[in-house]
Ligand binder design. Structure first.
Ligand code: ADP
Ligand code: MG
Length: 733
């Protein structure tokens, strides 16, 4: 008998087991059972969808079969026609040997192969097949699970392996409490696994899927509930601003009035920081909604109370910009201890990975001594041996690259748990927030400060004559009016891999190279796309372009030395540079009010939310923003993703579109490594009710039994999940 931890090498033959391991990372019985069919097929399938170049898996009946001697070679070839009752497809084997006896008229089989054309007729040359009589093993099934190929193993071989496992599977221990199973009308785990892999009906699949998805959601939520419980049992120092202190002085100097939303969020943060339980709050707000000033006010409150605050940014460029703009916002308040500085002032210190050793050492001393009240940095803040004198507040800006583990690492820098504020401009659908940030409270800034101008977005197909040149002229026109432009490219040099910060998408024509795409997938005969635009190439082209003559065009990317990056950003911010050709290093947070146009090259290679973030860099200074999304695809076909970005500035809507296009697992920010660290079953967008139920149940279970002593199997799975996430984090570095 097997259980889910049994290695597959004990179950399958060695070569097969190795294929599962090598091509899908499937090593145990549990992993194999978690390898779900990609779809289910009725016994009557439809060949009408077969197109040249597509890989199909279909049930069909042999209508006729003939063998004949070949002219040029010895042996016989077999030609047969298979049919679904209305559409026929030819199949050909150049050696009839071994097939002749099986593929006789009337035989029904599952066929798999790539559709080609011969004499103007669609055919499958040398398809793989499995006779339904073999497949059924005497137990006729109306639904046929179709798995993605594993190495070169066809779906029916996967089915065979899964059945072997299921036949000898011991009853799986149940992680979900009995009472919940009854109340939520969920089946037991073992039956669900059978329902997924060997169902008799779609209803059985649905029930099984619901049960497994619930389990996944429940385990996640139990982990989050435990985090929450631990957090609220922690105690820390309450931090309140001093009357007449830094915060008051700052508020007096603010050149604008806070929006009602900013005031309200500010109050919430102040109230939570004034408690001796650490704050854990997520602040969501559209691009440009003014989150930085909220963070600065909270940081000043922390400094007022005698502590320090750290602001963690995802990129060096953003860290430098924050350092610059926060120092400027504070004015003499940031000159604590310096001649001419304010008496109550503090110091704002920058710490990034590429600073010189000397300046880094200086920064670390200031941080350790407490002279630096506000510390701004990148990952370096987590990774280096940075110690704080008294870290009171951690602000994480633009969360999407900081997970739970990173937050923990920073929290670990304080003697007592600091208050934590995470800020993001990527709107997070509620259920995703519940899943990824389920251990935090959420605030949302919904209004933009007054005076924001709208951004107009157009899609520019490069293939349309004159359109690209018109784009460059447009930049020249803007610059002539005293404005500035960004040109964003997906990579640095022509020989470089795409930019690390960019979430590069495969071209849409690439289709599924991954085995069974079903007939729905596109062909892979599309012409190779032109090389991706690079910063260096585009810069050279623009400098040589007569339309842009006399403009100052510079480049910015992550590989430039830190001081050079800083110099370029300063120059751009002060208007010395007209056009900045860059990678996505400018994606988040960069704030240059006079920049009014953005051109994104190969925009189809970027994610929807990423494009939304990018264009948030323009239209900030009361000037209408213009964003041009250039792509080199077919100029006559509408581009769905880019049209969506052009069609709305509602970040929420775009986030949903974005999520739908990603593999669900990536929502958790985990990398591809480790099958177990991703969401396997749950569809975060669709399974909203289920996630809510699971959350309610999970929090109730943890409230009753925080250490899960009465639920050993649940405790085991929760640990496994948390460990896998940590392992994925360590792997990513
Ligand atoms: P984001 O939420 O995208 O991080 P920022 O904090 O960078 O936005 O703010 C964008 C710009 O709006 C900044 O230049 C900031 O100074 C300005 N700003 C913030 N709050 C207000 C306000 N209440 N009124 C006017 N301008 C504001
Ligand atoms: Mg920001």
């Amino acid at each position: 008998m097997y259980d889910e931890s049994t290695p597959l090498t004990k179950v399958l033959d060695k070569r097969e087991a190795k294929k599962f391991k090598d091509s899908r990372g499937i090593a145990t019985v549990g992993d194999l059972l978690a390898y779900w069919p990609r779809r289910y097929q009725d016994r009557e399938s439809n060949l009408a969808a077969a197109r040249i170049g597509s890989y199909i898996v279909a049930v069909a009946e042999v209508k006729s079969a003939t063998t004949r001697a070949m002219k040029a070679r010895r042996g016989k070839m077999l030609q047969a026609v298979i049919t679904d009752g209305s559409k026929d497809l030819e199949i050909t084997f150049f050696s009839a040997y071994g097939h002749e006896g099986k593929l006789v008229p009337g035989t029904r089989a599952l066929f798999a192969g790539k559709v080609s054309s011969f004499n103007n007729r669609l055919q499958l040359a040398h398809p793989g097949y499995s006779l339904l009589s073999d497949f059924d093993r005497g137990d006729r099934r109306d639904l046929i699970p179709i798995y993605k190929q594993v190495g070169n193993l066809h779906t029916w071989t996967v089915t065979e392996c899964v059945r072997m496992v299921l036949d000898l599977l011991r009853e799986s221990p149940e992680p979900i409490p009995e009472e919940i199973l009854d109340r939520r009308d969920l089946g037991d785990r073992t039956s669900a696994l059978r329902g997924i892999h060997t169902p008799q009906s779609h209803a059985e699949v649905d029930a099984a899927r619901r049960r497994m998805s619930y389990e996944e959601a429940f385990i996640l939520q139990v982990a989050l509930a435990q985090r929450r419980a631990r957090q609220s049992a922690e105690s820390t120092i309450a931090r309140s601003p001093r009357p007449g202190g830094l915060l008051d002085a700052f508020d007096e100097r603010l050149p604008f009035t806070l929006t009602a939303g900013q005031v309200e969020v500010g109050r919430t943060l102040a109230a939570e920081m004034a408690r001796d339980v650490p704050m854990h709050r997520l602040l969501q707000g559209e691009v440009g909604s003014g989150k930085t000033v909220i963070a600065v006010r909270a940081m000043l409150a922390a400094v007022d109370s005698g502590g320090q605050a750290a602001l963690l940014a995802p990129t060096e460029v953003l860290a430098m910009q924050h350092h610059r703009s926060i120092t400027a916002m504070l004015g003499d308040l940031a000159e604590g201890g310096m001649l001419g500085g304010s008496d109550i002032g503090t110091r704002v210190t920058l710490l990034t990975g590429s600073m010189s050793t000397a300046s880094r050492r200086k920064a670390m001393l200031d941080i350790a001594s407490g002279d630096a009240g506000i510390v701004i940095g990148t990952h370096a803040l987590i990774q280096e041996h940075v110690s704080f004198q008294d870290l009171a507040l951690v602000v994480v800006d633009e969360q999407h690259r900081f997970g739970v583990e990173q937050r923990d690492a920073l929290r670990g820098k304080a003697a007592q748990p600091p208050h934590v504020l995470v800020m993001t401009a990527t709107p997070i659908p509620r259920t995703v927030a519940m899943t990824v940030f389920g251990d935090m409270e959420t605030s949302t800034l919904s209004e933009l400060p007054a005076g924001r101008a709208p951004i107009t977005t157009h899609v520019v197909p490069e293939g349309k004559p004159g359109w690209l040149q018109r784009t460059w002229q447009r930049i020249a026109e803007e610059v002539a009016q005293g404005r500035q432009a960004y040109v964003v490219c997906p990579r640095i040099g022509d020989d470089d891999e795409p930019d690390e910060e960019a979430e590069i998408f495969a071209p849409e024509a690439a289709g599924d190279t991954d085995g069974d795409g079903g007939a729905e997938d596109s062909d892979d005969d599309a012409p190779p796309p032109r090389p991706l635009a690079s910063v260096h190439r585009v810069h050279a082209d623009l400098v040589a372009n007569p339309a842009l003559e006399g403009l100052r065009i510079e480049i910015l990317h992550g590989r430039l030395p830190a001081d050079e990056k800083d110099g370029i950003m300063r120059d751009f911010a002060s208007g010395g540079i007209d056009v900045l050709v860059s990678t996505t290093v400018i994606e988040v947070g960069v704030d240059v009010p006079r920049a009014s146009v953005m051109v994104v090259m190969d925009a189809d290679r970027f994610g929807v939310s990423q494009l939304h973030q990018l264009r948030g860099r323009v239209g900030r200074g009361g000037l209408p923003g213009l964003c041009l999304l250039v792509h080199s695809g077919d100029p006559e076909t509408p581009h769905e993703r880019l049209d969506a970005v052009a069609g709305t500035t509602d970040g929420f809507e775009l986030a949903r579109i974005d999520l739908r296009q990603r593999r669900e697992g990536d929502i958790l920010g985990s990398s591809q490594h480790g099958v177990r660290s991703q969401l396997q079953f749950l569809h975060v967008l669709e399974d909203e009710d289920l996630i809510e139920d699971a959350r309610e149940d999970a929090f109730a279970v943890v409230a009753d039994d925080p250490d899960l002593t009465a639920h050993p199997r649940l405790a085991e799975l929760v640990h496994a999940r948390v460990d896998a996430e940590q392992a994925a984090y360590l792997e990513r570095g």
